[in-house]
Design a protein around this ligand. Sequence first.
Ligand code: SAH
Length: 243
Amino acid sequence: MQFHIITIFPEWFRSPLSTSLLQKAQDKDILSFYVHDLRDYAPGKHRGTDDAPYGGGWGMVMTPEPLVNAIEAVSLPLTNPRRVFLSPQGQPLSQQKAAEFAAQESLVLVCGRYEGVDERALAFVDEQISIGDYIVSGGEVAALVLIDAVARLVPGVVGRQESIEDESFSTGLLEYPQYTRPEEFRGLRVPDILLSGHHGNILRWRRRQALFRTQQRRPDLLKKANLSLEEKQWLAQNPYEEK
Ligand code: SAH
């Protein structure tokens, strides 16, 4: 899968894309990243990419020409590229959305800066995606969040597929609590059941914990989850819920 990033700060991506899972995925030829400097697509000697807003107001706005030149030039050799602008006004990024992107051959990610981009440039992307209801200074950090969430769903990027399938949101629930060595830490013990070696009981315990945890922390997710009758009964007797 190819990721193309259009940005005025190409250097932003150097370390994150060459560390850990993302570097390994490139070594294995599963993923490739291409960072395009928006200034290369800006006309004129000064290669400007922003200007003052029409109608007045504070700050600068990215001009449409370099953005559209870059989007078109980068997309041209790609088959079915999905062109995404990172924006607080976009659809929220979700695990489901990430899975949808992971099935694409190529993504073109466009990073805004300053006060945002000229509205007309947005006619040249397929969609807008937000990483949450807050403002960050540029699309770069948002693009990295999207890249990471998508990359780990591309087969072969994460060592074992099971480690993805169990994770928070994949099942529609938050993940169960995890423990590792030592068995006792500052007087806090690992739950006995995890040391019992009884696989069936452990699975059941984990499922119950995932349900209880989701009920407590994210009841909105539970409403959408597909639960068995037994699971609904567990929830009705949730020992952790404050009554
Ligand atoms: N004035 C704009 C925000 C500009 S922030 C507005 O109110 O909508 C500058 C850039 O950072 C944006 O163009 C976008 O590319 C990026 N950005 C900021 N917050 C974001 C978010 N929550 N999700 C995705 N991108 C974001």
